[in-house]
Design a protein around this ligand. Structure first.
Ligand code: NAD
Length: 290
């Protein structure tokens, strides 16, 4: 299959690399000067998209996705799939899907879970929204880049699932970090804390797979000075999307609201910008109860 891949950042680059390793021809484009082994770089998004059977986008937000979509939809081949794997607001996902479908394309919103580790290992989870035909066209590529793909429903359903998942992630990361900081103050060894919680009812992906304490649990951004990984500002972006969605759907999400406020404070006033989202632990370490 001929694939266009637009947005070759922390996530997009390893995803595109896995597609080339599986024998697909990938033409890529990124605003930044990047190169990915096996990917032929194009001079624009339109050039990367024009002959492709499937175009995959992996971009920072809905506004950028809408702009890229306006550039590539008119040049894409009829019947090609437009698979957006970025995390964006449900409204942008639906608007782009509508334009793509009107142009004879097969749109899929397919955000991912699993982080840079999952993107590199080809073990992402895809949560997809779109028609059966569009999902079927993208599915073989999901199999290469991931370990699981769930067809969640029509356009926007993938983003809805992603936003709910990441609201849980933001809340559990904060809970895990504040528990470590409390454990420190109670004189409990961090390794012992991990040994207990990771096999007890407080376990979660934040504790077990992405432990925020350096030197404890599997390798994670905490072991690399909290370099992202999944940046705190991207977590904040997803939490804001969850609150925007909760507002428009009239859903009560108090923990999501509290997590959004904490990440906002961390990113905008406490030096969290550019750090991994698990750097909430040193943030709590420095604080007392006030
Ligand atoms: P990133 O910032 O590393 O990558 C985004 C890339 O898009 C950058 O290389 C940037 O130069 C490029 N870009 C921006 N505007 C562009 C344009 N107009 N045309 C072409 N390229 C453009 O971000 P990332 O961590 O790779 O995340 C990408 C998406 O995946 C985001 O929506 C994020 O929320 C989501 N996501 C990230 C993770 C993670 O762990 N990093 C996990 C799941 C989902």
């Amino acid at each position: 299959m001929k694939i266009g891949f637009i947005g070759l950042g922390n996530m997009g680059a390893p995803m595109a690399a896995n597609l080339t390793k599986a024998g697909h021809e990938v033409v890529g484009f990124d605003m930044a000067d990047v190169s990915v082994e096996g990917v032929t770089m194009a001079a624009s998004g339109a050039e990367a998209a024009k002959d492709a059977d499937v175009v995959i986008t992996m971009l920072p937000n809905g506004q950028i996705l809408r702009a890229v979509a306006d550039e590539i939809i008119p040049v894409m081949k009829k019947g090609a799939a437009f698979v957006d794997c970025s995390t964006v607001d449900v409204d942008s996902a639906r608007a782009v899907a509508e334009k793509a479908a009107a142009a004879g394309l097969l749109p899929v919103d397919a955000p991912v879970s699993g982080g840079v580790g999952g993107a590199t290992a080809g073990t992402l989870t895809f949560m997809a929204g779109g028609s059966d035909e569009a999902f079927a066209k993208a599915a073989p590529l999901f199999e290469i880049m991931g370990q699981k793909a769930v067809h969640c429903g029509e356009a926007g359903a993938g983003q809805a699932a992603k936003i709910c998942n990441n609201m849980i992630l933001g809340v559990t990361m904060i809970a895990t970090c504040e528990a470590f900081a409390l454990a420190d103050k109670l004189g409990l060894d961090r390794q012992k804390m991990f040994d207990v919680v990771s096999t007890s009812s407080g376990y979660s992906w934040s504790m077990n797979a992405y432990c925020p304490a350096p030197g404890v649990g599997p390798q994670s951004p905490a072991d690399n000075d909290y370099q992202p990984g999944f940046a705190a500002e991207l977590m904040l972006k997803d939490l804001r999307l969850s609150q925007q969605a909760a507002e428009s759907a009239d859903a009560d999400t108090p923990m999501g609201k509290a997590a959004t406020a904490l990440y906002e404070q961390f990113v905008e006033h406490e030096g969290g910008q550019g750090m991994d989202f698990s750097a909430m632990l040193p943030r709590f370490e420095k604080r007392g109860r006030d």
